[in-house]
Design a protein around this ligand. Sequence first.
Ligand SMILES: Cc1cc2nc3c(=O)[nH]c(=O)nc-3n(C[C@H](O)[C@H](O)[C@H](O)COP(=O)(O)O)c2cc1C
Length: 200
Amino acid sequence: MSKGIQSQEHRFSRRGLLKAVLSLLPLVWGQGFSLAAESGGKTLVLYFSHSGNTRRIAEMIHKRVGGDMVELKTVKPYPQDYNTVVDVAKAEQQEDARPEISTVIPNLDAYDTVFIGYPNWWGTLPMPFFTLLEKNDMGTKTIVPFTTHEGSRFGRGIADLRRLCPKARILANGFETRGKRAHKAEKDVVAWLTRIGMMR
Ligand SMILES: Cc1cc2nc3c(=O)[nH]c(=O)nc-3n(C[C@H](O)[C@H](O)[C@H](O)COP(=O)(O)O)c2cc1C
């Protein structure tokens, strides 16, 4: 057999293998990786956002997964000035504060899957999430975390979520992006939702 034919055969068999793998993908996807198929229930997108980055991602997710969306709000709004809010948030964390929240989640029991989105504040979730998650038992729901940040990614947020929601199933591969990229993250969000089986 000439070298040319050999390498062509090699290419054919590679293509064949690739085709076989691709043809199996929907099967694997449908059986093992579809969160939606596993939970089958209603979805809630729950988020906090101070300057709008996390809200952008929450809206992108909500557009694709449907269900309901709730913004976590405090009774006393955070100052708009960046340096001031940084100080306030630091003090809250040092005091292990539970800022009062005005958010009520109607009919929490109806949701099987809760996307939880937060801006990384001093390495973890903003303290209002601690208030909310201590008041609202997530039980055995599936929690899908997402975050915006300026370099720290999820920080200690996932570990804190585990402590706050000890019985919940917390997805390991949540979505993260830098805050300033949030407005152009739609493609990445869609790719991620597809990977985790949450695209409608
Ligand atoms: C109070 C405060 C603390 C922050 N701490 C961190 C941090 O520890 N690590 C990090 O990467 N980004 C930190 N950031 C940047 C934010 O996570 C980032 O800008 C995020 O996209 C803001 O989201 P938002 O627009 O939804 O509020 C902090 C921002 C603020 C206001």
